[in-house]
Design a protein around this ligand. Sequence first.
Ligand SMILES: Cc1cc2nc3c(=O)[nH]c(=O)nc-3n(C[C@H](O)[C@H](O)[C@H](O)COP(=O)(O)OP(=O)(O)OC[C@H]3O[C@@H](n4cnc5c(N)ncnc54)[C@H](O)[C@@H]3O)c2cc1C
Ligand SMILES: Nc1ncnc2c1ncn2[C@@H]1O[C@H](COP(=O)(O)OP(=O)(O)OP(=O)(O)O)[C@@H](O)[C@H]1O
Length: 579
Amino acid sequence: MAILLCTPIPFLSLKTTVHSSKSTLTLILTSSTTRLRLPAMNLRAKSEAVSASASSSTSQVPEQDASEMERVADHTFRRYTSKTKRSGKGTAIVWFRNDLRVLDNEALYKAWLSSETVLPVYCVDPRLFATTYHFGFPKTGALRAQFLLECLADLRKNLMNKGLNLLIQHGKPEDILPSLAKSFGAHTVYAQKETCSEELNVERLVNKGLQQVVTVSNYTPKLQLIWGTTMYHFDDLPFDATCLPDVYTQFRKIVEARCTVRACIKLPASLGPPPLIEDWGCLPSLEQLGLCSQNVSKGMKFVGGETAALSRVYEYFWKKDLLKVYKETRNGMLGPDYSTKFSPWLASGSLSPRFIHEEVKRYENEREANSSTYWVLFELIWRDYFRFLSVKYGNSLFHLGGPRKVQQNWSQDKNLFESWSDGCTGYPLIDANMKELSTTGFMSNRGRQIVCSFLVRDMGIDWRMGAEWFETCLLDYDPCSNYGNWTYGSGVGNDPREDRYFSIPKQAQTYDPEGEYVAYWLPQLGKIPKDKRNFPGSLYIRQVVPLKFGNASRHNTEDKSFGARRANDRGSERRWNRR
Ligand SMILES: Cc1cc2nc3c(=O)[nH]c(=O)nc-3n(C[C@H](O)[C@H](O)[C@H](O)COP(=O)(O)OP(=O)(O)OC[C@H]3O[C@@H](n4cnc5c(N)ncnc54)[C@H](O)[C@@H]3O)c2cc1C
Ligand SMILES: Nc1ncnc2c1ncn2[C@@H]1O[C@H](COP(=O)(O)OP(=O)(O)OP(=O)(O)O)[C@@H](O)[C@H]1O
């Protein structure tokens, strides 16, 4: 038996301080759903419908209270329970990384199957709380750290419900796992495979550490890495990663035609017995991670953990019946319901993309199938694509010139950058989005594309500064999706046809015609006429740079391709913007 030491750190209280008015939300939701059924609804009505669900107070995502969430999760876990028998021997370790879930967790399943006892471990790695690579921002901001702690507390609870527990250890996995493997005589450490160099490096070090271990039964434990982040399994791709198509549509068409999404893995009701451990360790507080706690004062407050993730799927698909209108609403910016909001749970692995796939199929069978139900899968294929691209392009995804090694002069002007990151550029649409990001850890896909274009095209700032700022702030930060989208947005991505300038006047007119979004985040604009909110002139702060193509008075400016076109740049393909 190993006695594990732990600094006496209290568990974080997960009681949320968020107050959302349920009756208001339900009422609004009913009216929005009614509106959204109208087939020829114009964009303004759509944006009103979805933005109506955002009140000026904070909205918890998902909206359900804790007991409702528990009920949804229990019910879901029951549907995914199997009667499989295990036949393994000894102890196996599950090293949890970005797969903080029980449902459809293949590493956990394999560890259980191959052993008599499973030891689930999470290492609170200090490197995750250091700084970003080039510009020294916090590697994990307070909001994501809080979300992570909630995920871990919930994972522990769900493992305990299955007869196990979660050992929380503070330190580097390469120091902790070999020592645990030795103490427990584990034959294998199972973990989810990662693809970016920081994580690959840790995998290498863990592997090296394990190779130096000899257990009492004269056995050297192995590291078994299991693919688990994507909807389509890496091994099912009909091409080698090095031959991955450079154009998303080509990739999507091939996988849709030639691959099937694997079924979710089912686990037995009990995964016990757990190993004998006296102290399973405590979660750190934010202060112990070197961070100050940050309350979400406005906008969306996401609840971390698999229980909340399963509840959000239930809420968005089944309770609110929003899946069938997703494609019409997905370009919104205000409130929880214009899009799924699955990304924070997907990034932490509290939610399996294969589970979402199965729920979409179930919805299509039981309710209806239309372009909206398909479109959620279409977007998840983008997520897969960026993950697979990271295998193909390695570190070039993080380099200034990107996968195509584009040579371009970039500025690193600190003042300009800070006006962007603080939301003080003088452009309400930029400032509102940046304030939402720093207040909540979330920004819509529409907003992300606009602020990215503004930073790199209008300000000419090194795109990596923007990407690293997103790395700090986003609850859903994922290296592949983040750096993948930033390289696309800044024109250094692998697909040259995706180069696009986002005109702020045009975006504002299309996606925030009444200035509701900007007035929500910049309340001083609420006092001025709706049609002026995005173009307030002297009623708002000074613009720090002019727009590259057109200024605020040109409301109808068409989006322009950025800069001089390259010879191989086929400008008619404009998918990145459309999505
Ligand atoms: C500059 C920039 C940076 C981004 N950084 C991240 C990031 O770090 N992590 C992240 O998960 N997403 C990132 N995205 C993609 C996208 O903005 C978010 O996934 C989306 O806004 C999350 O909201 P949602 O879950 O409601 O999405 P929905 O519209 O409901 O889409 C469903 C799911 O599809 C996936 N998805 C949708 N769009 C994309 C996309 N463009 N790329 C990859 N996956 C997508 C997400 O997993 C999302 O949860 C970034 C986009 C841009 C333009
Ligand atoms: N998970 C991750 N999150 C953020 N950045 C990452 C992640 N994994 C890798 N990186 C980035 O990858 C880059 C690796 O840089 P490094 O200097 O180690 O190698 P390199 O010079 O790119 O190596 P090479 O030239 O051999 O590819 C860094 O910018 C690092 O931040």
